[in-house]
Design a protein around this ligand. Structure first.
Ligand code: SER
Length: 320
């Protein structure tokens, strides 16, 4: 590889596992992790780590220069639920960080960028089932508006300046290693923790709130695959639809019951329910499958088994 990889937002739910995977592929010294705060011990000790505010352009440029970085993964963002509580702060973080990276790429200082988008780019007027790649997009959340705007700018920088930026519209990502931060899909992680600790869970989404979801390993695989694909295969430069499975809290609960018989779920929907209602129930990702060979591995059954085992182990270690 020409230079090192920099991950901004490396201590977050996806950033942590992405950093470890990229270190495994390219070597620990080749992957610089950065975040505004400290993260998991394994992440901070396995390779270079820098405290970095994703809106601080001068500092980003300095790190890119010092480490001879040629590829950036911009994972820092304020997610849907948190962003509703601090709209301007979310807009500032989500957009400014993206512009810094796109401009640095435009100047030819780095040559490849990954920037995640989300199912949040869709809104209540979007077709809900098997949502197509190209369709009506009228997002109603601050997070969704920032991601949709970001997609437009990514495509613009690619078309106008030849910036090699690649993006995926992540669905809800389920994992146990690092907790998620402020998303509407977070219930699907909390439920596993509560199922193991208390055999019960009070869901902040309604029983029939169907959302597109994906296990972390698949999300990481998609990220690595899209970045490794030859540039000519990446035909969409806004962001690719990506899908693995779709379920409601009720369906997830009945899958958990197969492992924990006395598990009980109750429902107390809050403001996040209306966010969920504005998003698709399922996604058509045929473009990603055709263009760069995307294929998922985890279905609901495999995800549930893996999560129960993983969360169980994590809880045991934290107790001891
Ligand atoms: N998981 C994210 C959220 O709920 C969706 O991109 O905000």
């Amino acid at each position: 590889m020409a230079g090192r990889i920099l991950i901004i937002g490396a201590c977050g739910q996806i950033g942590t596992e992405l950093t470890l995977k990229l270190r495994e592929i390219h070597g620990n010294d080749q992957v610089v992790a950065s975040d505004i705060r400290d993260g998991a011990k394994e992440l901070m000790e396995s390779g270079p780590f820098e405290i970095l505010n994703a809106t601080d352009e001068t500092h980003i440029r300095q790190i890119i220069n010092d480490y001879r970085v040629s590829e950036v993964y911009l994972m820092a963002a304020m997610l849907s639920a948190t962003a509703e509580k601090a709209p301007m702060k979310a807009w500032h973080l989500n957009m400014d960080s993206l512009f810094h990276i796109l401009n640095i790429a435009k100047e030819g200082i780095i040559n490849k960028v990954f920037w995640p988008s989300s199912i949040a780019v869709f809104g209540p007027t979007t077709p809900k089932e098997r949502t197509p790649q190209t369709t009506v997009m009228e997002p109603t959340t601050v997070y969704g508006i920032s991601k949709q705007t970001g997609e437009r700018w990514c495509e613009y920088y690619h078309r106008k300046f030849g910036v090699d930026v690649r993006s995926i519209r992540y669905p809800g990502i389920i994992s146990y290693k690092t907790l998620p931060g402020g998303g509407t899909t977070d219930y699907a992680i909390e439920i596993f923790h509560e199922a193991i600790k208390n055999s019960s869970y009070k869901s902040f989404l309604a029983e029939d709130a169907a959302l597109p979801m994906m296990y972390m390993d698949d999300a990481i695989k998609a990220t690595v695959d899209i970045m490794q694909a030859p540039a000519e295969k990446i035909k969409i430069r806004s962001s690719y639809n990506l899908s693995a499975m779709s379920f409601t809290p009720e369906i997830l609960a009945s899958e958990i019951k197969k492992h924990i018989e006395n598990f009980e779920i109750s429902y107390e929907p809050d403001f996040r329910q209306s966010i969920a209602e504005s998003w698709p129930s399922s996604i058509n990702d045929s473009a990603a499958r055709e263009d760069w060979g995307w294929k998922h591995e985890f279905d609901l059954e495999k995800l549930t088994g893996t999560m129960l085992e993983g969360v169980g182990e994590t809880l045991k270690t934290t107790k001891n």
